[in-house]
Design a protein around this ligand. Structure first.
Ligand code: SF4
Ligand code: SF4
Length: 309
């Protein structure tokens, strides 16, 4: 099998396994402007308490430092757009834990490559110092919008990014150049907290960060800005005109449980620990424990009450 045939086989396998898009980039150090931007962002403390975003910079800026012998990065995207959004819970967290859904498929892809040629590889999905959106652009998947999300032409931004770093040479895609944002600023205009700025992003103000990563009390009066979102926030994505192309995902693991679909504001208000465990077992929402989720629900209810008065 030639390198070109192997490359085509890998891309076809990725789609067969359920990924929506697959591209391949050569593994090397990231460009100096990207590294400088990430350094500046973390050094300014805009990452809040997410200390892991400051560590392992050598590995973050060069995948060959993360995976010895890595020569190619196979980048995949898996759609998570829901058929029917569930109020309060961010789109990406409505089914089972995405880390596993993506990595399971990447392990299957690695197995399939090994049926063709010997190959060592490691899969990643939001779980290691990898500049995932940067590599998605390098692999030609799409551009990073003003909302800081990977946006795929004709598909939108509701995608999990996964990478398989392998020790074999493959044919490489051309990086995606430019953006399709044009003069649009809808994501910035629709961000309720001002976390999204013209030239940056302050995680400390972002509702996704505050409701999921931030421990302790929430900032005063944040409830009004939360609206009815108590786990994450999708507003900079729902506002994006490119998401009119989003189609409901049909990945079995990412479908919400019936019980979750039937939740009402009253049931969220009186959610018990037992119900929480049942609703969110093996879900990304486990990252935010029961107490923290209830903190968020209370704050969101307070905000809604204040907005009515
Ligand atoms: S997730 Fe919400 S709070 Fe965070 S940047 Fe987007 S719109 Fe703003
Ligand atoms: S809302 Fe507009 S500016 Fe923001 S990412 Fe989408 S196209 Fe770009």
């Amino acid at each position: 099998m030639t390198r070109s045939e192997l490359t085509q086989h890998i891309k076809a396998e990725a789609l067969r396994l359920g990924f929506d898009v697959c591209g391949i980039a050569k593994a090397c150090a990231v460009d100096s402007a990207t590294a400088a931007f990430c350094d500046g962002w973390a050094d300014a403390g805009l990452n809040g308490t997410m200390g892991y975003l400051e560590r392992n910079r050598d590995k973050r800026y060069n995948p060959t430092e993360l995976v010895e012998g890595c020569r190619s990065i196979i980048v995949t995207a898996l759609n998570y757009a829901p058929a029917q959004p569930i109020e309060g819970i961010s789109h990406y967290a409505q089914g089972a834990d995405y880390h596993k859904a993506v990595k399971d498929r990447l392990f299957m892809l690695l197995k399939s490559i090994n049926e063709m040629t010997p190959c060592q590889g490691r899969p990643f999905c939001d779980s290691a110092p990898v500049l995932e959106r940067y590599w998605a652009v390098q692999a030609g998947l799409g551009w990073i919008g003003r909302n800081h999300q990977l946006t795929i032409p004709g598909k939108g931004s509701y995608f999990f990014i996964g990478e398989l770093m392998v020790d074999i040479e493959l044919d490489y895609d051309n990086p995606f150049t430019g953006t399709h944002c044009g003069e649009c600023r809808r994501c910035i205009e629709n961000c309720p907290t001002g976390a999204l700025k013209e030239n940056g992003f302050d995680a400390r103000q972002c509702l996704s960060y505050l409701t999921i990563e931030h421990r302790g009390d929430l900032p005063e009066n944040i409830g009004k800005k939360m609206g009815n979102c108590f786990y994450g926030c999708d507003r900079c994505q729902t506002a994006c005109p490119h998401n009119r192309f989003a189609k409901p995902n049909c990945t079995p693991e990412l479908q919400p449980k019936d019980e979750l679909m039937q939740m009402t504001p009253e049931r969220w208000h009186s959610l018990t620990k037992e119900e929480y465990n049942r609703l969110f077992k093996k879900s990304a929402v486990e990252r935010c424990g029961y107490e923290q989720l209830m903190r968020n629900i209370r704050e969101s209810e307070n905000g809604e009450r204040k907005a009515e008065n």
